[in-house]
Design a protein around this ligand. Structure first.
Ligand SMILES: [Zn+2]
Ligand SMILES: [Zn+2]
Ligand SMILES: [Zn+2]
Length: 146
């Protein structure tokens, strides 16, 4: 049972169909590449996916990513001062550690688990559904170098 669920989780054609998106070699290649390289920018993904799929334009990668984000297959993160990054880990409310020196990004589990994990003192009447938590600092490599 567990094995079956794990396989299903990683079958991109199935997940595309479940999301109502047509299965194309381009979409599968972009998703598989992103799965192998979490927190990639669109340009990084394009460079990597291009190696396995001829005639893949940057524009096509941007369009695919926008489709995936819109259908919940991909999460977009936007660290200040750097291009948007993407990841396939969408099922949880995890946060990110961002290195201020080299831009490295690492996942960190949410201590609470469910969004929003931070509640404002005064919500000003808003219905709050998420809190965008990012931790900034120095990654181990940059700490060693310093
Ligand atoms: Zn660093
Ligand atoms: Zn992440
Ligand atoms: Zn949290």
């Amino acid at each position: 049972m567990l094995v079956g669920m794990t396989l299903l989780e990683h079958s991109w054609p199935d997940r595309l169909r479940a999301a109502g998106l047509r299965v194309t070699p381009r979409r599968v290649a972009v998703l598989e590449t992103l799965d192998a390289h979490p927190h990639s920018s669109a340009d990084e993904l394009h460079t990597r996916a291009e190696a396995r799929l001829d005639h893949l334009t940057r524009q096509a990668v941007y369009i695919s990513l926008a489709d995936f984000v819109g259908h919940g297959l991909v999460r977009k993160i936007e660290p200040p001062g750097s291009p948007a990054r993407y990841e396939t880990r969408t099922a949880d409310n995890h946060h990110h550690l961002v290195c201020e020196q080299c831009g490295a990004i690492a996942d960190v589990d949410c201590a609470v688990g469910a969004a929003p994990c931070l509640t404002p003192d005064d919500d000003a009447g808003f219905f709050v559904h998420t809190a965008d938590v990012t931790y900034f600092g120095l990654c181990p490599q940059c700490r060693d170098a310093g």
